[in-house]
Write a protein that binds this ligand. Structure first.
Ligand code: T5A
Length: 217
């Protein structure tokens, strides 16, 4: 099987980090992959060393960040991530589990910040060089429930974007919902309001079927 890019998306606190870790553990013990297969986890922003510096700026900057500046910083993080990490890993046949990718930019900067969607699509194209995910899990959860989970996690304090007002997060949610409607072949909705085990089960069911399809093609 060729390398695969599997992305996890959703609003704040939807459980992406939790489910990526569980999916990696499950995949490695499932027997569904070749024994030498690499299963790698990564994230945006912050998948590379340069990206970690950009993440720090994006999420912790004390100076207000203008909306277009924010968009360009996410694009810079992605361009570095794709070229330095994602493409080389895919070329080696790795299965990559990535916390956020292009759909986050559409949802947060497009729907949330209300920047021009055509500009965002062009920038996503420049940053990725056309690399699209093979499968995207949209962890769908009510915004308020996600934010309350984010507030109760171990590292407690909310970052710059999490502190945005509720209407911003609701527009982001609407963005993910529209994306799922527009790309049903790529985006699979998961009910993320359930227990961690129940959410993992939904993901594993979809992934098992996809892996079987991919290994036949
Ligand atoms: N962003 C990103 C943009 O604006 N544009 C872009 O282009 C990109 C790429 C990144 C920020 O940048 C923005 C979006 C984000 O605001 P992030 O850290 O990647 O930040 O994203 P967050 O959503 O903030 O990550 P979180 O860690 O808050 O949420 P997760 O990873 O979705 O959730 P997780 O797994 O850490 O869980 C949160 C808490 O809930 C518990 C966990 O134990 C944890 O305490 N939990 C559950 N509790 C009950 N039931 C379940 N099923 C649970 N699953 C997890």
């Amino acid at each position: 099987m060729q390398g695969k890019l599997i992305v996890f998306e959703g609003v704040e606190g939807s459980g992406k980090t939790t489910q990526i870790q569980r999916t990696q553990t499950w995949l490695l013990s499932s027997g569904l992959l070749h024994p030498n297969s690499q299963v790698v986890t990564t994230r945006e922003p912050g998948g590379t060393a340069l990206g970690q510096q950009l993440r720090q700026i994006l999420l912790q900057s004390a100076e207000p960040i203008q909306d277009r500046t924010e968009l360009l910083l996410y694009a810079a993080d992605r361009a570095q991530h794709v070229e330095a990490d994602l493409r080389p890993l895919l070329a080696k046949g790795a299965v990559i589990l990535c916390d956020r990718y292009t759909d986050s930019t559409v949802a947060y900067q497009g729907y949330g910040r209300q920047l021009d969607q055509i500009l965002i699509d062009q920038l996503n194209q420049i940053a990725t060089g056309g690399l699209v995910s093979d499968l995207t899990f949209w962890l769908d959860i009510e915004v308020e429930l996600g934010l309350s989970r984010a507030r109760s996690r171990a590292s407690a304090s909310l970052d710059r974007i999490e502190r945005a007002d509720l209407s911003f997060h609701q527009r982001v949610q609407q963005g993910f919902s529209q994306l799922a409607i527009a790309h049903p072949e790529r985006i699979v909705r998961i009910d993320a309001s359930q227990s961690p085990d129940a959410v993992s089960q939904q993901i594993q069911q979809v992934l098992q079927a996809r892996l079987q399809d991919w290994s036949r093609s």
